[in-house]
Ligand binder design. Structure first.
Ligand SMILES: *[C@@H]1O[C@H](CO)[C@@H](O)[C@H](O)[C@H]1NC(C)=O
Length: 296
């Protein structure tokens, strides 16, 4: 009697393990499941059973996609391989944004260049409709040769931009000194490939060479450890903080000293523009968050 009871429990356990494995497999990223192509008339494509997404741009149009879910905080990774060869004048934007005139936004934008000349990685943070917080970087690798991981950690205390796990920028919550922080509006993930040769490459001096079109950028391995908002409630509210499968440790994650060192390395060697040091642009004084020594 006792042993058949034990057998029953073991079978039940195995069954539950199999079910959760099946769920884990299904919920592993698929572009078919997590994203909608929103524009570009066939120029955006989901390939390889949802493992790969490509955007393309030609003289007639660019293309774009957006996430199905809206998120309020998350640790979101995407691998991108940018337009190769002569990509001058093209912009690949990958960002989080809410909607409306007082929207919040967290931006990565990749500004293309002539073959062999460096892309610029442009970042910005909008809160309550106000941006003007640009920081720009060169990359320490060729972003067109292979896929690299671009990540946004967004929790109530800070936003950290990372590239291949190396933090490049931190925007801290400075509400205590009157700077609004994105924490009340859910955001979707958006990406688009479009032409901006009036400003993108060397300030607009280098134009797009349309004989090289179509231009293509690729995406894979999307992963969101994030709070999904639906009809006003957050998926994170139902998760127990002790649960190991739904680890919410990122919700209070901060940069440790190794992370700070690595960020300093990137900023010392690869940062080419920082709004926090642009005194010409802000003659009345730099934005308040810039005097928090840890923000810039
Ligand atoms: C393109 O290359 C030029 C020359 O190296 C450089 O000045 C510029 O910052 C690069 N990137 C962009 C997007 O203009």
């Amino acid at each position: 009697m006792a042993s058949s009871h034990g057998f029953f429990l073991k079978s039940l356990f195995c069954f539950l393990v199999l079910i959760s494995l099946a769920i884990a497999t299904v919920s592993a990223s698929s572009f078919n499941q997590d994203f909608d192509i929103t524009w570009g008339d066939g120029r955006a494509k989901i390939l390889n059973n949802g493992d790969l997404l490509t955007l393309s741009l030609d003289k007639a149009s660019g293309s774009g996609f957006q996430s199905r879910h809206e998120y309020l905080f998350g640790k979101i990774d995407m691998q991108l391989k940018l337009v190769a060869g002569n990509s001058a004048g093209t912009v690949t934007a990958y960002y989080l944004s809410s909607q409306g005139p007082t929207h919040d936004e967290i931006d990565f934008e990749f500004l293309g260049n002539l073959s062999g000349d460096p892309y610029i990685l442009h970042t910005n943070v909008f809160s309550q409709g106000k941006g003007n917080r640009e920081q720009q970087f060169y990359l320490w690798f060729d972003p067109t040769a292979d896929f690299h991981t671009y990540s946004i950690l967004w929790n109530p205390q800070r936003i950290i931009f990372s590239v291949d796990g190396i933090p490049i920028r931190e925007f801290k919550n400075s509400e205590s000194i009157g700077v609004p922080f994105p924490k009340n509006q859910a955001m979707r993930i958006y990406s688009s490939l479009w032409n901006a040769d009036d400003w993108a490459t060397r300030g607009g001096l280098v134009k797009t060479d349309w004989t090289k079109a179509p231009f293509t950028a690729s995406y894979r391995n999307f992963n969101a450890n994030a709070c999904i908002m639906s009809s006003g409630s957050s998926s994170c509210d139902s998760k127990s903080p002790t649960s190991t499968t739904d680890n919410l440790q990122w919700l209070s994650q901060e940069l440790d000293s190794a992370g700070q060192e690595r960020m300093k390395w990137v900023q010392n060697n690869y940062m080419i523009y920082n709004y926090c040091t642009d005194t010409k642009r802000f003659p009345q004084g730099l934005p308040p968050e810039c005097s928090d020594t840890n923000t810039s």
